[in-house]
Design a protein around this ligand. Structure first.
Ligand code: PLP
Length: 391
């Protein structure tokens, strides 16, 4: 299927009609175990559902295809995918991560991996700081682009080049691609060794499954992660794999709609006198726009925007209580629009000084733009801005 375009692969890879019944949509395979004809001679490709399951395998195949990888590996959550990757490092290993990495990943680096003898350095600007941070023990460089919630962009191929030219060229480059989805960005094509997703967000896209996935072209990495996937057992259920696979089939349609509305909303916010500043990678005024043009499909900015509203923390609080279509809730990437205040919600655990250094001010609001009607969404934001600044 590799010569077909994205939407065709999303529909057909891993989705063959059932050879026994002809069912066009593969059935949910709930059996935990699979019959064998002789000891250690299973009838088909499966033995035990933790090791592999038909629905998980189908989902892994389609993600590998969409991320232009040879292999896909699904996990019980995005956090389990990240945790399994870090678990593959021997004690004494060193990681360099972008500073405003997902909160749960930051927590894993500093509170879980650290207990296994892994140390992590955080960099505000990887391209600038990486050469000084690379050591003999460095095993992984971890990127999120755009970052959460300030949407800073990192040049993946430039980071790969710095690694290659360093004293330690075998460092693996990991990119968390949750915020853009494989429709907008394919990190493996820009030099990443592993791409990881919280499929809970855009990939499943309907806010009803928690699931993670990784993809790679590297045989050695695949062997290691697939061993740990089975040994640690942080795998998704057959039902969740089936649901996430169903979500993938409309990924391109959803992401296009969400990014198109987000672009118009970001432009609207930029012109509003009730807004202090807007972070959105689709705006030509964004600091990383030159990288966006070569790294993102059609220069799409994605479905997430953050902006500072006038009136400080209380303005932000009022805004979030005045929207009718954007629901005040954590998470992102679903068909419904959500909003949150990172300083007191998703990023509340970060010390204030560090938070401000990353641009996460008290008046910062993060929007996850769903696939409702664009005009309705803009009207909702317009009236909430008026409510936020009035006394
Ligand atoms: C949500 C998220 C995760 C964690 O995924 P879970 O599925 O919630 O465990 C990791 N990275 C990013 C960028 C996320 O948004």
């Amino acid at each position: 299927m590799s010569n077909y375009n994205f939407q065709t692969r999303a529909i057909h890879v891993g989705s063959e009609p059932d050879p026994v019944t002809g069912a066009v949509i593969p059935p949910i395979s709930l059996s935990t175990t699979f019959a064998q004809t002789a000891p250690s001679k299973p009838i088909g490709a499966f033995e035990y559902s933790r090791s592999q399951n038909p629905n998980r395998e189908n989902f892994e195949k389609v993600i590998a295809s969409l991320e232009k990888g040879k292999y896909g590996l699904a996990f019980s959550s995005g956090s389990a995918a990240s945790g399994t990757i870090l678990q593959s490092l021997a004690s004494g290993g060193h990681v360099i991560s972008i500073a405003d990495v997902y909160g749960g990943t930051h927590r894993y680096f500093t509170k879980v991996a650290s207990a296994h003898g892994i140390t992590t350095d955080f960099a505000q600007d990887l391209v600038e700081e990486l050469p000084k941070l690379i050591k003999a023990e460095t095993k992984i460089v971890w990127i999120e682009t755009p970052t959460n919630p300030t949407l800073k962009i990192t040049d993946i191929s430039k980071v790969k080049q710095i690694i290659k030219e360093s004293s330690n060229p075998n460092i693996f480059l990991v990119v968390d691609n949750t915020f853009l989805s494989p429709y907008i960005q394919n990190p493996l094509e820009h030099g990443a060794d592993i791409v990881v997703h919280s499929a809970t967000k855009f990939i499943n896209g309907h806010s009803d499954v928690v699931l993670g996935v990784a993809a790679t072209n590297n045989d050695f990495i695949y062997e290691k992660l697939s061993f740990l996937q089975n040994a640690l057992g942080a795998i998704p259920s057959a039902f969740d794999s089936w649901l996430a696979h169903r979500g993938v089939k409309t990924l391109a349609l959803r992401v296009k709609q969400s990014a198109s509305s987000a672009q118009k909303i970001a432009e609207f916010l930029s012109k509003s006198e009730n807004v202090v500043s807007v972070n959105y990678p689709g705006l030509p005024t964004h600091k990383g726009y030159e990288i966006v043009q070569k790294q993102h499909r059609d220069s799409l900015g994605g479905g997430v925007i953050s902006f500072r509203v006038k009136g400080g923390a209380s303005g932000a609080s009022k805004f979030t209580q005045s929207t009718h279509l954007f629901t005040l809730a954590e998470s992102l990437g679903g068909i419904e629009s959500l909003l949150e205040v990172p300083a007191v919600m998703t990023h509340g655990g970060i010390p204030e000084e560090e938070r401000i250094k990353s641009g996460i001010y008290d008046d910062l609001i993060r929007l996850s733009v769903g696939i409702e009607d664009t005009e309705d969404l803009i009207k909702d934001i317009e009236q909430a801005l008026t409510a936020a600044v009035s006394n």
